[in-house]
Design a protein around this ligand. Structure first.
Ligand code: SF4
Ligand code: SF4
Length: 440
């Protein structure tokens, strides 16, 4: 049975939370202040902690920082008054799982605690799967979006309009989504406050927090007919609404994107260990994807949304199951520069263009892998097979060395001798500067 610790200086709130969560099937402990909470956390392991932001002595935010430092796997849900929503958004950036605003209903408390426990269960499963398959696990988080983590995403459409939608992990922890209620056109929404109600299995209602301030300009009508798009295509057809923003530049400070989002996830979910099953945070280079995007052919790398069609199409993958174009792109977006440049994989691509033909995002993986190879060569990571081939071409003008034995056999068959082309290609390589590059 999952155990929840509730921290609040109001006994009536503690009693209400305890009654609600106990009825839901959780074991519950309560305490009136953060100092006592820390003693309890030392003594026992809780699956989640629900704490008020404002506490006498140590504040909820201080408690959050200490717990995240000592027990990063414990999820913390903040309770906040309306006036402190900004602080609560900030708390999520510091690693809080979520927050609920006072006054909250028993159902709201149950929904958020259930999601935290379900998310922990999914992560455990995912880790187990990752360990068995000897792969690092992945999250679907397109690099060109901004996130209110665990809730919603924002995509910039024009200077004053954005699309918003549901974050991958939020939808996964809810499970099958049966319905969604979105406020009508022209409704004002506020960053950090609920902007939609999402209905999951067993009629449970989840509140989706808005990632921006603004006015709803358009609602995705498709979702009224088919709410399953929120599960199947949360970053595409499952967009929720188009918003006319009021001060997006200012609100951006409360959102995460790109490298900051990756660091946030890595801090929360992936243990830094020196084995190839885990990502080593210290070895990441967040600029790698920009470097690839600057190379001719690498421009579209950031729009990959990880669908895996390239991998499913690839003929090399059929022969070598370790070769995985989608994984190479995810690794590049995460900044795993050294591992990619040193790996054999980038040299396995046969440049058949099948992946490029079928990619729904026009990512052009074939060109991207060429861009990566160019960077690898510039940085001195040329694959030995490639160097050996250039040596053969430089010496003989062919990849296959012609010797006397070949020419004697040809003579017996009545064929003319083959020209060995000694040194002719070397001149081309020398003039083009290829030999200098390879010497690096
Ligand atoms: S098919 Fe395109 S969008 Fe899908 S994973 Fe491959 S490169 Fe990314
Ligand atoms: S171009 Fe390379 S990665 Fe793409 S399908 Fe062909 S072999 Fe696979």
């Amino acid at each position: 049975m999952s155990c929840i610790l509730v921290v609040d200086d109001e006994p009536v709130v503690l009693d209400g939370c305890e009654a609600t969560l106990t009825k839901t099937g959780y074991e519950v402990e309560t305490t009136l202040n953060a100092e006592e909470a820390l003693d309890k956390i030392e003594a026992g392991r809780y699956d989640a902690i629900v704490t008020d932001l404002k506490l006498p002595g140590l504040s909820g935010i201080q408690l959050l920082k200490i717990v995240k430092d000592k027990e990063p796997e414990t999820d913390i849900i903040m309770i906040t008054g309306y006036a402190t929503v900004q602080t609560a958004v900030e708390a999520m950036k510091l690693g809080a799982f979520d927050y609920i605003s006072k006054p909250f209903t028993p159902d709201e408390l149950r929904s958020v605690v259930d999601r935290a426990i379900e998310r922990r269960r999914l992560l455990r499963e995912e880790r187990l799967r990752a360990t068995k398959n000897r792969v690092a696990f992945e999250y679907n988080m397109p690099a060109d979006l901004y996130y209110l983590p665990e809730h919603s995403w924002v995509k910039v459409v024009t200077e004053n309009t954005v699309d918003i939608g549901i974050d991958d992990v939020f939808q996964k922890t809810i499970g099958v989504i049966t319905d969604i209620k979105i406020p009508s056109k022209d409704t004002i929404i506020e960053q950090g406050n609920p902007c939609a109600e999402i209905y999951g299995a067993a009629g449970r209602v989840y509140k989706l927090l808005a990632p921006v301030n603004g006015q709803i300009a358009e609602v995705n009508e498709l979702l009224k007919k088919d709410s399953s798009l929120l599960n199947s295509d949360p970053y595409g057809k499952g967009w929720i609404a188009r918003i006319r923003t009021s001060d997006f530049a200012k609100e951006l400070a409360n959102l995460l994107s790109g490298d900051a989002m990756i660091r946030w996830w890595l801090r929360r979910e992936i243990v830094e260990r020196k084995t190839d099953r885990y990502v080593q945070i210290s070895a990441l280079n967040p600029n790698f994807k920009h470097e690839i995007a600057r190379e001719p052919g690498g421009e579209n790398i950031k729009v990959c949304f990880g669908c895996g069609i390239c991998t499913a199409t690839c003929p090399v993958r059929e022969i070598d199951s370790k070769y995985n174009p989608r994984k190479i792109i995810r690794m590049a977006l995460l900044g795993m520069k050294e591992r990619i440049l040193k790996s054999d994989f980038i040299w396995l691509c046969s440049t058949c263009y099948a992946c490029t033909e079928r990619c729904p995002q026009d990512v052009k993986f074939t060109n991207i892998v060429n861009a990566i190879k160019n960077i690898a060569v510039k940085e001195g990571y040329t694959h030995p097979v490639f160097t050996a081939q250039v040596d053969l071409l430089a010496k003989h003008g062919r990849l296959y060395e012609i010797d006397e034995f070949d020419n004697r056999r040809r003579e017996k068959l009545g064929l003319p001798k083959l020209w060995t082309g000694e040194g002719s290609a070397a001149k081309i390589f020398e003039t083009s500067g290829l030999l200098d590059i390879l010497k690096k």
